[in-house]
Write a protein that binds this ligand. Structure first.
Ligand SMILES: [Mg+2]
Length: 227
């Protein structure tokens, strides 16, 4: 079945527009370097794999739970889990780097006049991440779950995203792109939008309806859009 023309775009932030994997790895390295109990007992890569497991791709909240697990695994840390949580919040956004492919793609989207915005699950510091990766101009078109009071896959947060880009009455002409099968793809479909999924080396869950588009990187959309 051919899809309706795509006239607007909404994006997930983490691991869609922003390289959260890379940012988390930088944060883990700083943590490992600062804690002698850990760096004297395991090499960075082993510590990193454990931290990734406990982080559950960013879904673990509060973040102090990760540092509680680190203490249980490796022993007493220099900082308490509360201090670690405050450290995490203060340095996390600074660990992100702009992705030139994302930057160029969004410039092209703007040149051809396609409205776009962001719908992100997470705490208020997501807006600092948006600034850090050079997309602060999208702030008025960015919905952050902690500020909005509802998180993906709830339909209402997608509707707010659509409203911010003026497509609340035409969700079927808007494409939502994200890396989470449930929060992003299922959620956006329930809000009536077309869907795109960022693969990140995984396979699509067999029990879920497939997305309209499967993408290696968000900039692959340039070909889909013909821009
Ligand atoms: Mg994501």
């Amino acid at each position: 079945m051919s899809q309706a023309k795509i006239e607007a775009l909404l994006f997930d932030l983490d691991n869609t527009l922003a390289d959260r994997e890379g940012a988390f790895k930088r944060l883990c390295r700083e943590f490992w370097q600062a804690e002698p109990t850990i760096n004297s007992s395991v090499v960075f890569n082993d510590a990193y794999l454990k931290l990734c497991e406990w982080d559950a791709d960013g879904r673990t909240f509060p973040k102090r739970d990760i540092f509680d697990l680190a203490r249980q695994e490796w022993g007493e840390l220099i900082r308490t889990p509360d201090e670690m949580e405050r450290w995490y919040e203060s340095v996390y956004p600074s660990m992100f780097r702009p992705d030139v492919r994302v930057t160029r793609f969004l410039q092209r989207v703007e040149q051809v006049g396609i409205p776009w915005g962001i719908v992100s699950n997470g705490p208020a510091f997501q807006s600092q991440v948006i600034r850090q990766i050079g997309l602060q101009r999208a702030a008025p078109r960015s919905v952050i779950s902690a500020e909005f009071g509802s998180a993906k896959p709830a339909q209402v947060i997608f509707e707010e995203g659509l409203r911010r880009i003026g497509f609340e009455s035409a969700p079927g002409r808007c494409l939502f792109v994200g890396d989470s099968p449930i929060a992003d793809v299922e959620g956006a479909r329930s809000a009536g939008m077309q869907t795109g999924w960022i693969i990140r080396g995984r396979s699509w869950p067999a029990d879920l309806t497939r997305p309209d588009y499967t993408l290696g990187h968000v900039s692959d959309l340039a070909e889909v859009l013909g821009i």
